[in-house]
Design a protein around this ligand. Structure first.
Ligand SMILES: CC(C)(COP(=O)(O)OP(=O)(O)OC[C@H]1O[C@@H](n2cnc3c(N)ncnc32)[C@H](O)[C@@H]1OP(=O)(O)O)[C@@H](O)C(=O)NCCC(=O)NCCS
Length: 428
């Protein structure tokens, strides 16, 4: 069996001339120097004292790393503890990596590599089996063992043809326009229920809500044009919400207004239908655009004219890095029983080794083994497989998964397939 190409070797320690340092969130001068790095990398304004104070409140409890070259802080990386939902609605701890940047004057000399090695090694030492991130550019993170594991889609709806089918799920629940800040706890409870139920779901920290509800935020917040609708089920319990922003426009006296769905979350099919029905029928709106949605969005299936809802964009979203192969594979659920010996290549990394995955009706057991593998793959491909959204047969066709014989690929595909396409609705 030819080996799949492993990610780049990851020997311990920083690159020559690079030092990795912990940044003290309470030290305003240090935090100001650090904050300049992601602001520069992400093309944001130089952070003011007020921005730094805000950031300080928001990143308390997070781990801030700096990459230092010649005594100057030139790299930034932030990580924090979160929870990720795996197939079978299993919620597991994960290390979320964000704010990754290196000053343009010091790129391509191993600063990111040094910070990433440090952060992932520490996550593993803490006992975390997984790390996650959202990649600004797709070629960056495979070398560190991250694989794209969820996708997001943009949907565009023509409201002139958006009548719902008679059999679309319905109940006697209500929808009500609310002030988002006043119902924060209800919005959080709805999101928490939804993210726990579907693979790819991530816990939203208080920080996430602070940010979207911050009236003084530079960007990313729900602003004065944003409207929030809370949906309650027949017994009065909130089971969905939607935030949307409308933009007025017209051709002569004919309205061409647009509605952008900012966040739409529901825990029941009835709530999902009610919220889609609402945004599809706002007067004067001709086009509804919803980004960061699941690729298997229910919307076209609710419509009499499914072509009124078009998938107009699709991208990778959440990337997963397995830090402990046995723990990660043992943590998820498997719908179909099966036995598979997997060899993971992760040179110098923590996921390397061969395991027997035995999934049965009573649960799953993952044990180290010396047996010959049925399939071999690199750590990044394992990250892509874990949430059940990437087909093992597809990885095999791309040369990213190698099988001992023809039967191993469909076995791996059947074993890893999730009941639902994984989806992550949380930017971080
Ligand atoms: C992405 C970024 C952090 C990389 O930092 P860096 O210190 O230059 O990275 P390193 O020197 O450790 O790179 C390690 C390897 O990754 C490659 N690499 C790094 N960034 C890459 C990119 N954007 N595209 C392709 N390859 C990249 C390097 O070429 C290098 O490969 P090599 O070892 O084969 O030479 C930096 O370019 C940056 O700040 N970009 C703007 C902000 C951003 O996009 N951040 C990421 C947010 S998710």
């Amino acid at each position: 069996m030819t080996q799949p190409r492993p990610p780049a070797p990851a020997p311990a320690g920083p690159a020559p001339g690079v030092r990795v340092t912990d940044v003290d969130v309470e030290d305003v001068d240090e935090l100001t120097r650090w904050a300049l790095v992601p602001a520069t990398g992400f093309m944001e304004p130089r952070p003011s004292a007020e921005d730094v104070a805000k950031r300080q409140r928001r990143v308390r409890g997070h781990r801030l790393l700096g990459g230092v070259v010649g005594g100057r802080l030139v790299g930034s990386l932030r990580s924090f503890d979160t929870e990720l939902t795996l197939p079978g609605a299993r919620v597991v701890p994960a290390n979320a990596v964000s704010s990754v940047a290196v000053l343009p004057t010091h790129r391509r000399r191993g600063v990111l590599t040094s910070m990433m090695r440090t952060d992932l090694a520490r996550a593993r030492e803490r006992g975390q089996a997984l790390a996650v991130l959202i990649a600004s550019e797709a070629p960056i993170y495979g070398r560190y063992g991250f694989g794209a594991a969820t996708e997001e889609a943009t949907w565009t709806l023509d409201t002139t043809s958006s009548r719902l089918r008679e059999d679309a799920p319905a109940d006697a629940g209500t929808v009500e326009l609310v002030e988002a800040a006043a119902v924060r706890a209800q919005l959080q409870a709805v999101h928490d229920g939804a993210r726990r139920a579907r693979a790819g779901g991530l816990r939203r920290e208080e920080r996430w809500w602070d940010l979207v509800l911050d009236p003084g935020a530079v960007s990313g917040a729900w602003d004065a044009r944003t409207r929030t609708v809370l949906r309650r089920g027949p017994d009065g319990t909130p089971d969905g919400y939607c935030t949307y922003t409308t933009t007025e426009s017209s051709r002569g006296r004919v309205s061409t207004a647009q509605l952008r769905v900012d966040d739409l979350t529901a825990t029941t099919p009835q709530a999902l239908r009610a919220l889609w029905e609402l945004v599809a029928s706002v007067d004067l709106v001709r086009t509804v655009r919803a980004a960061h949605r699941p690729v298997d969005e229910v919307l076209p299936w609710l419509l009499r004219d499914p072509r009124a809802a078009q998938r107009t964009g699709q991208d990778d979203f959440l990337w997963v890095r397995v830090l402990d192969t046995a723990a990660a594979l043992g943590a998820r659920g498997y719908d179909a029983p099966g036995r598979l010996v997997l060899r993971v290549h992760d040179e110098g990394g923590p996921a390397a080794g061969t395991v027997l995955l035995d999934a049965g009706a009573d649960g799953v057991e993952v044990t180290r083994t010396d047996a010959e593998p049925d399939v071999e793959l690199a750590a990044d491909a394992l990250g892509s497989l874990l949430l059940g959204g990437v087909d093992a047969a597809l990885l095999a066709r791309a040369g990213r998964l190698r099988a001992r014989d023809g039967a191993a690929v469909p076995s791996a595909a059947a074993l890893f397939r999730g009941a639902e396409v994984p989806w992550c609705a949380t930017e971080f």
